[in-house]
Design a protein. Structure first.
Length: 258
């Protein structure tokens, strides 16, 4: 499963958001997308998902243009995990995950034993099958995010797009969710994840993309791309990278004279 973006541009009215960007993502890639607020991370994701219409360029999934997929076909290829998930109805965890299988059903079809097994297997994969009969409003934020991930796996898509999936979680759940996501890479999923935390990229991704001023400022292997110089260029503060037990940590230089 490959995702290829060539010379992609997009504007809201007369405000240019993305200008002639290109990149390739292959099966098993885990790519973190970083950049300041407003640089176009969410806009890029909406373009990849076909929610927005590009102005120019190409977006191809296995050599087929995104706009040539209908919604159900695209859902079979790409799953989206947003920052926030809300529902007008308080479904059970099992039913929420089961909904992921609907893109593979006929228009008037309903889930059968096969789809129910897929949903249960997805819950077991994330070790949350004990929550199957609980309702969404009775579980924690970290558990809810794992439920959404399980639904994406039940969907059967091999490309996962995650928009700041840990934004509203406490630190422990942030780490647990990121660890869970990283296991999917080993199963051949292509993962594209936006974050404001460069340490998440350093610890979990094998590639990183920095967006800035409508362009891709840098894209490549995480350990080769992320540097103190680049972090200062993006975030405007001095950040030292310290290695501890083979893992890099970010240490902002904090002045006492502010």
């Amino acid at each position: 499963m490959s995702l290829v973006v060539n010379n992609l541009s997009f504007s809201y009215s007369d405000k240019k958001i993305l200008d002639n960007i290109s990149f390739n993502i292959e099966a098993g890639d885990f790519v973190c997308v970083l950049g300041k607020n407003g640089v176009g991370k969410s806009t890029l994701f909406k373009l990849l998902l076909g929610f927005l219409k590009k102005q120019s360029g190409r977006i191809l999934i296995d050599e087929k243009e995104v706009e040539h997929f209908n919604r159900k076909e695209l859902a079979r290829e790409v799953a989206y995990i947003p920052q926030y998930t809300t529902s007008a109805f308080n479904y059970s965890v099992f039913d929420t995950v089961l909904m992921g299988t609907t893109c593979r059903l006929d228009t008037l079809g309903s889930p059968k034993a096969k789809e129910k097994k897929i949903a249960l297997d997805a819950l077991k994969q994330f070790k949350i099958d004990h929550l199957a009969h609980k309702y969404s409003d009775s579980i924690s934020g970290g558990e809810r995010q794992l439920v959404v991930l399980a639904r994406a796996i039940a969907q059967g898509s091999k490309i996962l797009i995650l928009d700041e999936p840990t934004a509203n979680l406490d630190y422990g759940n942030q780490v647990r969710v990121m660890q869970t996501i990283s296991t999917l890479k080993k199963q051949g999923y292509s993962i594209i994840l936006s974050t404001h935390n460069p340490e998440q990229a350093l610890w979990f991704s094998d590639k990183v993309m920095f967006l800035d001023d409508k362009k891709i400022l840098s894209f490549g292997k995480t350990n080769e791309v992320i540097s103190s110089t680049l972090l200062k260029q993006i975030y405007g503060i001095d950040i030292d990278l310290i290695e501890k037990d083979g893992r890099k940590l970010c240490f902002p230089r904090i002045s006492n004279n502010v």
